[in-house]
Design a protein around this ligand. Sequence first.
Ligand code: SAM
Length: 362
Amino acid sequence: MNELLDHLKKRIAAEGPLSVADYMAEALANPKHGYYMTGDPLGKAGDFITAPEISQMFGELIGLWCAVAWQQMGSPEQIKLIEIGPGRGTLMADALRALPMVPEFLAAIEIHLIETSPSLQKRQQRNLASLDANIVWHEGFADVPEGPFILFANELFDALPIRQFEKSVAGWGERKVGCDDAGDLIWLLDQSAAIPPAFIPPKLADAPPGSIAEFCQMGVTLTTAIAESIAEFGGAALFIDYGHDQSSIGDTLQAVKDHQFHDVLLDPGDADLTAHVDFERLAESARGAGASAFGAITQADFLRRLGIEQRAQQLRDAASTRQKTEIISSLNRLIGADEMGTLFKVLAITHPDQPIPEGFSG
Ligand SMILES: C[S@@+](CC[C@H](N)C(=O)[O-])C[C@H]1O[C@@H](n2cnc3c(N)ncnc32)[C@H](O)[C@@H]1O
């Protein structure tokens, strides 16, 4: 018996149907049985693979982007380098390995990792130990001491809980998760749920019956906090995730297990649950907090402008025949239009007095 399923059924019996956000939060972050709390789902042997796990080129270019952002800030003597949701720590490790090219930046940084999963925190500690860097771990962004920072997050926002709203002939209702007489989890539409008007963008309010709109409160709150801090102290943030550059209609909630799509309501806690990121909302939140926002642009455009093709060529020049094939295949996975290149987007947030960040246009 899936113990989380048992807990969810008891919770639904006591409180009534759960919002999609409550269901996602339980499935991903329940302290005992949540998907990210219990193991390491990343990589070929896990349920899915992320860009830094595909190739070192991804992290190296993010590291150099951070160094340029630091120079654009006037090269302050001390700066925090923050990553949220570091997974196995591969992205930070690759970013740091590229930084000896900019030794003054390497000397200026103090590293802060924000990770909610105790098991992944341990994995990060093991993976980053050999780098001999001074790293501080936190459970939330609010725990990081105040001051200027450069921050990045890859595939974090798609894991933050969303609420879903469905339009019927009676108007907007909230999609919820209930339980039927046979004890199976089922979808319900709560037509009497209170929906704050800000949760559905005005341009989507008149969508036809059957439409689904999504809202990620945690993503908006986190972006606002990061942008407020950048507006006050200076800095830059880079969010990379799969999602849309414009708010739009659609059910994007999906479960993945063993690299295959899975039923969202089956095996809570044993399958990854994600939703597409609404980058337009995040950009609006950042601007509303007094920062500048750039993008979202596609991952392919971003990585090409940062020079990923030249870096791949450099690696190929020094590689064996087998390695050459792997480098070409990794490059294609990162920037190919039918791979991660178009679906994944990149948003940058900076202080309004700083120049346009590398890879973006005004
Ligand atoms: C899909 S993994 C991505 C890992 C890594 N960034 C990569 O690209 O390989 C999501 C990461 O975010 C972490 N995470 C999920 N929710 C979080 C939250 N609210 N705050 C901080 N980290 C979180 C997970 O534990 C995991 O490390």
